[in-house]
Design a protein around this ligand. Sequence first.
Ligand SMILES: [Zn+2]
Length: 89
Amino acid sequence: MNSQSLGPTLIGVGFAVIVVPFVVMFFLAIGPVGWLLIGGSIIVVGIAVSLREAPSYDDGDHLERTNCADCGARIDADADTCEHCGAVR
Ligand SMILES: [Zn+2]
């Protein structure tokens, strides 16, 4: 380990020495019920994020979309008429 990486490492260790006891005391203070609440909340958030990011529904990205020349609405590129204003393309 050279002196260039030693500095930041010592700073990180120093912060850890200061922060870790507070975190440990916090978790000891809130007790098992708090652990369950915090852990459960993190799990629920993780599940929610996973479900939101999962491509569970087809939003039609595979379809070519274009703007209607008359009203500017987003319509299928291969549609014969605009589904919003009815203009024939
Ligand atoms: Zn239109």
